[in-house]
Design a protein around this ligand. Structure first.
Ligand SMILES: C[S@@+](CC[C@H](N)C(=O)[O-])C[C@H]1O[C@@H](n2cnc3c(N)ncnc32)[C@H](O)[C@@H]1O
Length: 255
């Protein structure tokens, strides 16, 4: 068992709802130096570069202990703000970035459900595995609990508000298009919604939402919901965190 695996086993939550509790994250980050949810930057860097320019202002939601911002910084993207609900994650991240000399990156305690930034501040908002957290305890993925949907909509409204008029929201997620696109395509949003996948065996989703570029057929998504075609490789999923295994199990149970 490697060090990361040990940490997960010892700090794993008693139930999935703990992923919504900042105390769980604080406890976890007290002993966990580095853990990348989904995949690390090397797996999706080819997808990111066309959307983030060296002078882009970037907001990362729920940075945790990820090294996504370090990797962007190394590519010359220095105007980065990271937020996380966990004060421990924020302190650890601040220390780590300072020790590397990446002092331009701002790391702030903040709630993605209550973004306090000014309107139209960022060229890019990015999240990896953070929106997924809102759905851990949402019940039937075809008919998620209203609280989960409300939280997701609150998050998306905040993201849409803080993006510049032609800004881009990048969501790197476990959540499948069947469930995410109806939310992304809500009538109040002016962004277009595209996605691609990455990963071996099981694919993760890389959503690109371009503000001000909504397409005319976007509303079709709200009506058209098709069953997902799951292609899961258990060996790979066994290496994923409990959060993702749990959602996969829920989906499989319903098939
Ligand atoms: C699944 S982890 C993903 C961490 C990181 N993005 C990665 O890819 O490794 C979710 C992160 O979101 C943070 N988080 C949970 N709810 C949040 C909220 N409402 N606002 C901001 N951060 C939140 C947690 O503290 C945790 O660091």
């Amino acid at each position: 068992m490697d060090e990361q695996e040990k940490q997960r086993t010892t700090v794993g939550p008693p139930s999935v709802s703990a992923y919504l509790d900042p105390n769980y994250w604080n406890q976890r980050f007290t002993s966990e130096d580095h853990y990348e949810w989904l995949k690390d930057y090397s797996h999706f860097c080819h997808l990111i570069h066309q959307h983030i320019k060296p002078n882009s202002s970037v907001l990362e939601l729920g940075c945790g202990s990820s090294q996504l911002s370090d990797e962007l910084y190394k590519q010359g993207i220095t105007n980065i703000t990271c937020i996380d609900l966990s004060s421990v994650a924020v302190q650890n991240m601040q220390k780590r970035l300072l020790s590397k000399g990446f002092k331009d990156i701002k790391v702030l305690e903040g709630d993605m459900l209550n973004l306090t930034f000014a309107d139209e501040l960022f060229d890019v908002v990015i999240e990896k595995g953070t929106m997924d957290v809102l759905f851990v305890d949402s019940g039937d993925p075809w008919n998620p609990r209203p609280e989960a949907v409300n939280n997701a909509m609150t998050m998306l409204q905040g993201v849409h508000r803080v993006l510049k008029p032609h800004g881009v929201f990048i969501s790197i997620a476990f959540g499948q298009p069947h469930f995410r696109r109806p939310l992304f395509n809500a009538p109040e949003f002016t962004w277009s919604v595209d996605y691609t996948t990455f990963g071996d065996g099981f694919h993760y989703f890389f959503y690109i939402l371009r503000k001000g570029c909504k397409t005319l057929d976007a509303h079709e998504d709200i009506k058209k919901v098709e069953p997902p075609s799951l292609c899961l490789f258990q060996d790979e999923l066994d290496n994923e965190d409990y959060l993702f295994r749990t959602n996969i199990d829920e989906l499989n149970d319903q098939r």
